[in-house]
Every structure is written in C-alpha cells, then in structure tokens.
Ligand binder design. Structure first.
Ligand code: UDP
Length: 253
C-alpha cells in the first residue's frame, strides 16, 4: 500500500492527505504536552479516547445545526475531516474563572463569571499564543468583521451545547478552546468548527466533588489522565468498546 502523505504533525495529532480531494485524515496521538510543550509525556490510550470523544461532540453539534469539519471516524485513532483553512485564532469560552484568566485578573479559580466570556488568542507557539483583541484581528486581517460575528455566535452555541451535555452527566464545563476553519463552496466561504473538542481542550470539573477530569490532571500532576478521560467517556456512554451514541448520555445521580 502506498504511504499516505503527511501534511502536518502537531503536538497531539498528525494530519494526512485524505482519500478524496478536500479531505484530511486526523490521527490522534498519545502525546500530551503542556506549558507550550515544555512538559511532554506519552499517555497510552489518550488518542483513542480523544478521537471518540471529539467524534461524539462534533456529531452532536451537527445534529443541532452547528457546522463542523467532521465527516466520519475511520478507526480507533483516525477520523476523516473536511480540509479547511484554519483561522489563526484560539477561541476560548469561559463560564467559570480558571487558568490564565484567574492569573491575569486575580479571580479565584472556580468563580462563576457573570456571563460567558469569549477570548481570542493568536495561534503562534513561538509567541506563546498571546491574547489579542478584535482590533488586532481586524487590523492584521486574520478575520473580517462578518467572520468575527459568526465566530462569536458559533462559540456561544458550542458553549450552550457542551454545557448542557456535560451537566447532564454531572460535569461542569469551566472553559474550552475551539478552532474555526473556512470551507470554500464555489464562490462562497463558510465557517466550521475544526480541530478537535476533547478533554485536552476543555476544563471539566465534577459538579459535586470538583474533581478535575481534563488536561489539568496532566498539567498539575493530579493523577492518571487516562482514568480522568475514561471517566468522561464512560459518563457520556462512549467508551471505546461502546460505539458513540450521540444523544444518549448516561445520567449520574
Ligand atoms: N486551551 C487549549 N489550548 C491552548 C490554550 C488553552 O486547549 O493552547 C484550553 C485550555 O485547556 C482551557 C482553555 O483553553 O480549557 C483556557 O485556557 P487558559 O487560557 O486558561 O490557559 P492555560 O491556563 O491552560 O494556559
């Protein structure tokens, strides 16, 4: 079999050319990195869990009419996605203070925010993904005003959807990061949710105990990352030996 062409290798995923033009295969690796890759480890099974969890969220978003790049899962570690031009922004939505906003503004972690706050960071590892404003985004042409209106509305829809799905299984969605891609259809362009949605890119706390079920377990050495991500998958009813059934989360009391 001919070897596939590698398009890009990131910290947690590798992208290969897909079987049809305009498609890409996303391979989920077991690598975990934090603090701009200063901390690195290989965590067996993480890629499998993130592949399946991301499929679950992307399918669910599709079902409520939020466009995503997801086409189908191919196997335990790979999914087929539409190729798109990634807007160079990390779009962060916060419901509770944690991480960088707590440090920056001196707000205790866990404080509920008066309303969801959307922030933008410029995607550049060498610069440490700095926080930017809409002024920077417009001035440097990273996205148009129309794009920014669409991005804000997509981010808030994703937040409402994810918050509800997690709350139904006893998990608080503290914050998350998404990436947005442009897809061209003839003369038109459309924005879609791209990259992945997984515990690597969310903060997830158990509603009752506050236990962390996300990448902070790795960042802050709080125990087994696989156990935390497996717990999220188990509650959502999508453990790898149990194919995803969007819309059928398991209620916890
Ligand atoms: N996040 C991410 N990738 C990044 C930066 C942040 O997925 O490169 C996620 C992170 O997991 C958290 C949210 O975005 O769920 C907000 O992160 P924050 O700005 O607090 O940064 P951190 O404290 O993780 O450095």
């Amino acid at each position: 079999m001919a070897r596939r062409k590698k398009i890009y290798e990131g910290k947690a995923k590798t992208l290969y050319e897909g079987p049809e033009p305009g498609t890409i295969v996303q391979y989920f690796k077991d690598d975990a990195t934090a603090f701009n890759a200063e901390k690195h480890d290989v965590i067996e099974g993480k890629g499998v869990l993130n592949n399946i969890l991301s499929e679950f969220f992307m399918l669910g978003l599709g079902q409520i009419g939020v466009p995503t790049h997801f086409l189908k899962r191919l196997n335990m570690r790979e999914q087929l996605v539409r190729s798109c031009e990634i807007i160079p922004l990390e779009v962060i939505v916060r419901n509770y203070a944690a991480g960088s906003i707590s440090k920056r503004l001196g707000i205790d972690e866990g404080t509920q925010l008066p309303r969801p706050i959307v922030e933008y960071c410029y995607k550049d590892d060498a610069l440490g993904d700095p926080l930017v404003t809409e002024e920077h985004i417009a001035a440097f042409g990273w996205a148009s005003q129309q794009d920014m209106d669409d991005i804000l509305s997509l981010a808030l829809r994703v937040n409402d959807f994810l918050s509800g799905v997690f709350l139904a299984v006893g998990i608080r969605l503290v914050d998350f990061k998404i990436e947005i891609g442009r897809v061209y259809e003839g003369d038109f362009q459309r924005l879609v949710i791209a990259d992945e949605i997984s515990p690597d890119s969310c903060r997830l706390w158990d509603v009752k105990t506050g236990q962390k079920l996300d990448k902070d377990v790795f960042r802050r050495d709080l125990g087994s990352l696989t156990d935390a991500y497996s717990e999220v998958a188990r509650r959502l009813g999508v453990m790898p030996n149990n194919p995803p059934a969007p819309g059928k989360p398991t209620l916890v009391n």
